[in-house]
Ligand binder design. Sequence first.
Ligand SMILES: [Zn+2]
Length: 320
Amino acid sequence: MAAHDAWALICRLFAGGTPVLRVTLSPRETVALAILGKAVKPTMMDQSFVLCPHCQQHRAQVWGDGRGGRMCRCPDCGPVAVEVNDGAALALDEEWLRTKMRLALDIESRDGIDDLGGGVWRLGDARRSPVLLARDLTRVLHEPALLDRVRVAGRDIRVITPRPSTTRGSPFGAGIEWLVLEERFMLYGGAISFIATSPSATPAVADPATPVNGPFSADFKWATLPDVQATPIQFTDGQSKVLGALWSFKGETATAERIMQRAGLDSAKPSDLFKIKTKDKGKPEPAAQHAAYGALVVTQQRAGLYAMPCAAAGQEVAMT
Ligand SMILES: [Zn+2]
């Protein structure tokens, strides 16, 4: 598990492209640090300016308040107390990452790594196919000229990027293979390994989000609800179990207890899984999951009964 967490942290640091404060690491990430070794370097972050903790809109200089505390003077909010930490931060050794990625893909070492600018690197050729590593998929999509610069006649281009929050399936056409950094590579024994076999590597594979059960995918991990979100909404494991359980009642009402029993979960009621946690306020995924639940589930609060009307329609459609 620690190796998995460590790789996730490497991917997060690469995607962000900036150091992160040590105090912001999760407990699991802190454990994972122990096996990261040379992949991360300690660094310091400048603490003389902070984002105003009140409005999060302005960067403001930090002052001592004369009583041992610290405050910033925000142009909108005025003086705001700030918690200043020691500035101890971690940065990914990106040179390490690029070198290990080359090894993972058997890229011949005689051709060097080209920095194409803006967080895109040509790692070299793997079996004579050019390989690009990019911090951000959007940048590659918005600048097709980048691909033209590395294209070799008759060869596919491999583009490796961290998983973006919105894109699914393959964003590229034929001739370009997209490899998601988090999914197609792993940390193993201090090196990076390429996971060669993946169903998503086959362009012919069905989109996992394809609606099969009403608006839901076959595994209830996705829902297509254009009124809630233009792209399919992805659910957590727990949420998909609850949605699958609700679906199984075919639109009939059921008690929270029966639904949660069928879902195999310990929570008291279905909505528990869809609450937006304080730490997730403002994040698009939990907001979409919450909105999807609201759109799909009818609750009789006082009676403690729940129903999913679209499941009734789904059964009718299935029968015709
Ligand atoms: Zn402010």
